[in-house]
Design a protein around this ligand. Sequence first.
Ligand code: HEM
Length: 422
Amino acid sequence: MVIAGRELGKTPYLRGDPIFGSARAFRDDPLGFIESARREHGDFVRIRLGPYRVYLLLGPEHVGHLLQKNPGNYLKDGYEHNEPLTGRGLLTSEGEFWRRQRRLAQPAFHKERLRDMVGTMTDSTEEMLGRWRDHLGKGGGRPLEIDAEMSRLTLSIVSRTLMGTDVSGGASEVGRSLEYTLWYAFRRTGRFFNPPFGFPTPKNLRYMKASETGEGMGRKQLRDEVMTFLAAGYETTARALAWTFYLLDRNPEEGRRLREELARVLGERTPMYEDLPRLLYTKMFVQESMRLYPPVWGLARRAKGEDEIGGHRVPKGSRLIISSYVTHRHPAFWENPEKFDPERFTPERSEGRPRYAYFPFGGGPRQCIGVNFATMEATLITAMVAQRFDLSLVPGHPVEPQANLTLKPRYGLPMVPRVAAG
Ligand code: HEM
């Protein structure tokens, strides 16, 4: 049973179980737990997870404090499980080391680079749509696992575009090494049996050699960065897209408006970089999808020193959790929060909304480095799929978000494709 008390006279405290605190409730249903804590106790709630003192920061002002106003006082928390995968990559590293890595990676995300990536993004999408047409030709009717389809597509895109791009400028060794390393890692993910990396097969030897040639980055560091971009770059975008197609099926009126825009701006042709500023409704459609189903549903930090947030004292060593999923549905900032309504994101209706009422990509110095990449990618793919196909959820199939590392449809998303009318 959860007992609510008060600490420091004002910070609501959800004491929970005498031994575990709220650890079980949090583990079993983090989204439900955080949402009910907010509803019952407000935007700043102290809880305990086993031995840890934890604060839930659920209002935009508190989130902004953590991410943007005083990020120097906070370390990233909760990424230990990723350590074997991404090591000290950009996502997990701190301090001067992080700053250097971020500076090295930044050029890969510049506008001109993004422009060059559009063709690869639309080619990869075209290949997927070709497979879907074949699927229809072979008797159709059978559903596609949309979550898996999107993962395959975004993994192909991140490996072809970003790792083919030279992170250190020019066509240097690093670019080529990353390309090969990633291609190989990608192939390995698609197989049931892989020779261990230590095995001296010709491909393994080339892989190890490719990893060793990184200029300015040791072999371990290069590997960490490759795995970071893989881990951070594809599943998140895939999840955003899967939820978008689910919402497109569930909201026919908004779907009609989306297709109207696509017909007006593109007609039958493939989108280009120059079309993006005119695909405004498509972009808002994706933004609204990430409001309701943000792929990164929560972030955690640890306080290096004492701090004060919104009049509450936060002792050194405390853990802090913010949840885009919960704040994106906060009724003080979002009218009728459960409703899917892309036009919330028009400039007029966004006016006066606090910056951190919406943060699918985090914010401040640690904001997602892939924000423009992912937004562009998701807009292009949404446009191309909606131009060519109608996807309908298998009738009666249950859909429920599950807070894993990213927010996934717990029972998958089997959807039946049909060639779009008109
Ligand atoms: C819809 C897609 C995506 C979402 C929702 C998303 C979300 C996020 C969020 C919330 C953070 C902040 C983490 C924190 O503060 O603890 C982040 C960081 C990061 N993301 Fe993304 N991301 C997406 C796509 C991508 C892509 C496509 C890439 C790269 C190709 C990428 C690479 C990274 C990296 C490297 C970081 C760490 C940045 C740093 O700490 O300096 N992400 N992402």
